[in-house]
Write a protein that binds this ligand. Structure first.
Ligand SMILES: CC(C)(COP(=O)(O)OP(=O)(O)OC[C@H]1O[C@@H](n2cnc3c(N)ncnc32)[C@H](O)[C@@H]1OP(=O)(O)O)[C@@H](O)C(=O)NCCC(=O)NCCS
Length: 154
């Protein structure tokens, strides 16, 4: 797979059902254990906040969160492998945090696989700190994998 060279003009927009196929395509490319199409569809249907990073005509990444009682939960943040390591993950994370703050959330929680130090590093750089572990939280083929729980107060 070749990295893209034309960065166009990145913009961030709300995602809808029309984006489902592309989100699922990126999900399968970016994660060893991707969400199912049904999970993504449910997120779009039930009104979770779903934002997409668009570069030219290309949807390059997305973030998904839900929230209640002042707490936001970042459920997914993903950049297409062709567009990674160019600052777009940080850009989308920042935008997503701003949206969470606009919805009057005071705290953000997220889980990250212990095998994903790249993502943990992104979150730590933005000020998230590790507040716990959830044992065997994720499926990992035939096995289970622990999650690191991270928190940011905003
Ligand atoms: C995690 C992810 C969103 C980062 O997006 P990105 O656009 O590549 O990130 P950025 O270019 O903004 O990088 C920001 C920071 O993330 C960390 N990072 C990103 N990619 C990394 C890598 N391959 N190795 C080590 N650190 C990495 C670094 O701390 C980096 O800061 P630096 O450039 O100053 O070193 C992206 O790798 C991704 O979508 N991964 C697959 C899905 C995933 O794991 N999502 C997180 C689920 S919790």
């Amino acid at each position: 797979m070749t990295a893209k060279s034309d960065t166009g003009h990145p913009l961030i927009r709300r995602l809808g059902m029309n984006d489902l196929d592309r989100i699922y395509e990126i999900e399968k490319l970016a994660y060893p254990y991707p969400w199912t199409r049904g999970i993504i569809e449910d997120c779009l249907r039930v009104g979770y906040a779903c934002f997409g990073l668009q570069i030219g005509k290309d949807l390059a990444g997305y973030s998904i969160f839900n929230w209640a009682a002042g707490e936001a939960h970042l459920l997914n943040l993903c950049i297409h492998p062709d567009w990674q390591q160019r600052g777009f993950g940080s850009l989308l994370l920042e935008y997503t945090i701003n949206q969470m703050a606009r919805l009057e959330n005071k705290t953000i929680f997220l889980e990250v696989r212990v095998s994903n130090p790249e993502a943990a590093s992104l979150y730590k750089k933005r000020g998230f700190r590790v507040v716990g572990h959830r044992l065997s939280y994720y499926q990992a083929g035939e096995e289970r994998e622990d999650a690191i729980v991270m928190r940011l107060d905003i």
